[in-house]
Each structure stands twice: as C-alpha cells, then as structure tokens.
Design a protein around this ligand. Structure first.
Ligand code: CA
Length: 229
C-alpha cells in the first residue's frame, strides 16, 4: 500500500484530500503545520508528499527544498496563487508537480496515481535486478543476502551465508573442506577445517528437512561436500 503525506493547514481541504486518497486505497498521514510536516517528511518514509505552499511556521517552498536535500520522494505542490506556480518552476525546488486550488479531489488522486506509477517505473528500470539462486524451494538472494526456504526466511551468520552461497553457485562439484575453508575464510588453512564441518552442520539444520538425509548439501565421504541440483 502506498503511503502519502499531506502537509496542509486548512483542515477541511486536508480531510477532503485524505478521504479521497483513502477511498482509493492509500494510507494517508496528515500534518497541519510546516514545521511538523517537515519533521514527519524527513523522519518517516512516504511514497509521495502533497505539500501546500502557504503554511504556518515554515512555508512549502522551504519544506520542498529541505526534503530534496535528503530525499527523492515525489512532491506534489499545492497553491491557491497562480504566481506561486511560476515561483515553483523558477526556483528549481525539485517539486515533481503542482496543482492550483481549487481543484477537484479526483484530479488530485489522478495526479498522485500518475506520479507513483512514473516513480515506480523509474525505480524498477534504474535498479539492477537482485542476483538470485533458486533450487528446489531454496531461494538465495545474494544481493540482499537473504535466504528463503519455501517462502519462509531463514537466518544465517555471514560465513554460513557465504558458504551456502558458494556451494549453491557451484553445484554438482565436490569441494574438499580445505578448498571451502580457503574460499570462504580467505586465509591459509591451518588445521581449521573443522570450522567447515561445523558451519555445514549449522546450515543443514536450517535448510534440510532431515540432516541425516540432506537434499541440498551432500557429504561425499572422504572427499568433501557437493551441492545437489
Ligand atoms: Ca495553506
């Protein structure tokens, strides 16, 4: 659900905007003055901010400027004065859109939706996809460093995660404990290979249905471990 912050000192307008947005399924927070509005905008995360220009304490121009110094949240500015529109444009405050009062609430909702859609497209096109390894219900998001087993998140220490990811990315190959130790711990193996055994055991406890009959990480006796695909 998208979260919208409305910064507007005229309660009747603010509540009307809030009602219309809520009917459309948005979660709406309301701030009735400039200083609290700015604080909330900076502290909390919103998908879009509707910002009135004429506000007590701090005006909308200043709020817009300060939000932009820290965040890319889309800002839709609202003003009763036509000349404010030129000012918003001219000052290069970083507002994404502006609308003049009086406006119909449905127009506002339409603008909000258009901006959110555009912003989401921008984000999804600009961000590289996470690198994900998926094997029989086990999903390893190596970018976010998160692991899910049949949709349920499992938690690993750094080395457990690295070891699991290394094996999963190199399936059907047997690695000796020495090799794994050198790969993951990144130092010469000096009698520390028992660490690998301990880590494999911990990983299995988290992802295997039966640790005696592992489905993912097999033990190849006398050699090492192999990730089964
Ligand atoms: Ca106002």
């Amino acid at each position: 659900m998208s979260r919208i912050l409305i910064i507007e000192d005229e309660l009747s307008i603010a509540e009307l905007e809030k009602d219309y947005l809520e009917i459309d399924g948005f979660e709406v927070a309301l701030e009735l003055s400039g200083d609290t509005g700015l604080a909330t905008a900076l502290e909390d995360e919103f998908d879009l901010i509707i910002l009135d220009v004429m506000l007590p304490e701090i005006d909308g121009f200043e709020i817009c400027k300060q939000i932009r110094e820290q965040k890319n949240t889309p800002i839709l500015m609202v003003s009763a004065k036509k000349e404010d529109i030129d000012k918003i444009r001219g000052l290069g405050l970083g507002a994404d859109d502006y609308i003049t009062k009086p406006f119909s609430p449905s127009e506002l909702v339409a603008r909000v939706k258009a901006h959110l859609a555009r912003y989401e497209r921008l984000i999804s096109s600009g961000m590289p996809k996470n690198d994900i390894v998926e094997i029989r219900g086990l999903k390893i998001d190596t970018t976010a460093r998160r692991v899910f087993l049949n949709g349920e998140e499992k938690f690993f220490t750094t080395k457990e995660f690295d070891l699991l990811t290394f094996l999963a990315k190199n399936p059907n190959r047997v690695f000796s404990k020495e090799e794994l130790f050198n790969k993951i711990w990144d130092m010469e193996s000096v009698g520390e290979i028992a660490t690998v055994t301990v880590h494999i055991k911990k990983i299995r406890e988290k992802i295997e249905y039966s640790t005696s009959k592992p489905q993912y990480i097999e033990t190849i006796w006398g050699v090492g471990y192999r990730f089964k695909v």
